[in-house]
Write a protein of this length. Structure first.
Length: 136
């Protein structure tokens, strides 16, 4: 079951530059900062209440996030809904006619994750995430 907005993903040219706003000017706390090799991004999570902002900086040119940055510039990239069972969310969404990017969950910055295609979602890239135990 979906329970809340887990995070909003924002594509940036430089996470270090973006941290001057989100961390330094807004005072948000960084809870994760690492390179996700299969996505070709450096991902930085900042906590805001019980939700998060996810900064995505491309580290290679051949990835979806790099192409997004090249064609659309910096800005909002996706919204992520938290679920207790990301595999079931993907299966249920597919059964209801939603086009999936990920047919099965895979590890991401927020836990086990899966994406639905923005074509099915009125132009918004939607992610489901089941966080790792002990983190919200
Ligand atoms: Co995300």
């Amino acid at each position: 079951m979906l329970s809340k907005v887990h995070h909003v993903g924002v594509v940036v040219k430089s996470a270090d530059e973006a941290l001057k706003f989100y961390r330094d000017a807004l005072g948000l706390t960084v809870t994760a900062d690492r390179v996700i090799e299969d996505q070709g991004v450096r991902g930085v999570l900042l906590q805001i209440g019980n939700s998060e902002i996810e900064l995505l900086e491309p580290v290679r040119d051949d990835t979806g996030v790099a192409k997004f940055l090249a064609s659309r510039g910096e800005g909002m990239h996706h919204i992520c809904f938290e679920s207790d069972d990301v595999a079931k969310e993907l299966t249920d969404a597919k059964a209801r006619g939603v086009e999936l990017i990920d047919q099965a969950p895979r590890p991401g910055l927020a836990g086990m994750i899966g994406f639905c295609h923005p074509k099915s979602n009125h132009g918004v890239l939607v992610e489901f995430a089941t966080p790792i135990e002990g983190r919200h």
